[in-house]
Design a protein around this ligand. Sequence first.
Ligand code: 5AD
Ligand code: SF4
Length: 447
Amino acid sequence: MKRFYIETFGCQMNVHDSEKVTGTLLARGYSQVDTPEAADLVLYNTCSIRDKAEQKVYSRLRQFKNGNGRLFGVLGCVAQQEGERIFERAPHVNLVCGSASYNRLPELLSQLEGGARRVTGLGLDTEETFETPLARRDNPHRAYITIIEGCDKTCAYCVVPFTRGPERSRPSASVLEEARRLADAGYSEIQLLGQNVNSYRDPSPAGWDFASLLDGVARTPGIRRVRFTTSHPRDFVKAIVEAIDANPVICNHVHLPVQSGSTRVLERMQRLYTREQYLERIGWLKGARRAIAISTDVIVGFAGESEEDFEQTLSLLKEVEYDSIFSFKYSPRPNTPALGLGDHIPDEEKGRRLTILQEKQRTIQMRRHAALVGGVEEVLVEGYNFATGQWIGRTSQNRIVNFTSAAMPAPEGGTLAGRYLRVRVTRAGPNSLAGEHAEDGAARDLL
Ligand code: 5AD
Ligand code: SF4
């Protein structure tokens, strides 16, 4: 039997693609192993959003001077971006395949198994999405479902439109069918995935938009939580907030990447909204019936970002009071429009701005978390941390809660993983909460 190893870098789309690729390989009779040394086929599913991510795959490939009878494949965004150049930099690579060509993987694998030395899947002209009933999901309770692939935006810094190709939405009936199948298989949380889920357009005659799809998936019997990522502010409509209000199954958390608080920078980034338009959407979220947690992505040091522009991003943080942020130094990427812009900021200055930004956010998070102490949160239990002796759960707002449970102090003869429990918050840190499985609810929860 052939053995394969796969390592995944980057976003949740990549994580889920790897689950589909894994399922495809298992169905072909391969078995999965935990180290590249033990494998006949070594796959890296790569990310090229920033230079650091891209360099990782080359450092992995350099660990093997040659194949030594092993086959190597580079999948994902670096594969699409670099194409056949990968064979020059790493001559022992045999397969280079971008995400828009994964439908061709069975055929490409047959060629490799037949002795071909170099095969590629680099087409971007597909109108199809990569769907397979074979996906081998890593988490037994929470499942990803891809609803849209690719991206039609042209953000000046971003490689994604080049690496994942144009937008293709999946028919609503197929999404709903997968949700039903997952519920039957015991999954209780679904996360809808796409580079820009808000521009979802059902290609079937039903013609659903994203808010209708969200509502439809949330009505699947057995599904207790539905999340979605990522939203583009330009396409984020009020109907999404109304859907969250109408159905508590839809998690009260929205990730709405802002990138910068300065309208001047947003324009240079080709983000298609102003600071004011972004804040209007934040206003919708804050006006919702349930408290909706808001998170974002920020890039500091984009080409031409002045000190004043940066101050605007800091003031936006203060105004919105995000529940969490992901922040990055701008990294110039091949093929992207921003390469043509002048005024690149020195790395040291980007680092200084990043530190200031993260410090400021830490204070905000500390304050927001402190306000939750004493309250009770419902968590979906994800696992147990043996080092700390605490269970790990996640709230609908996507906060991590580490907690103890008198009813089951440790996973012996059973586990709390997969359960929905009510936990009293006793302490707050900047990135997580700590608590105790609520006494009053414990008996009922564990029935
Ligand atoms: N440099 C730095 N950060 C980037 N992102 C996307 N492209 C770049 C880049 N060239 C960030 C954005 C995006 C997140 C996924 O990664 O903030 O929302
Ligand atoms: Fe990049 Fe913009 Fe597409 Fe997001 S929406 S992936 S930032 S181009």
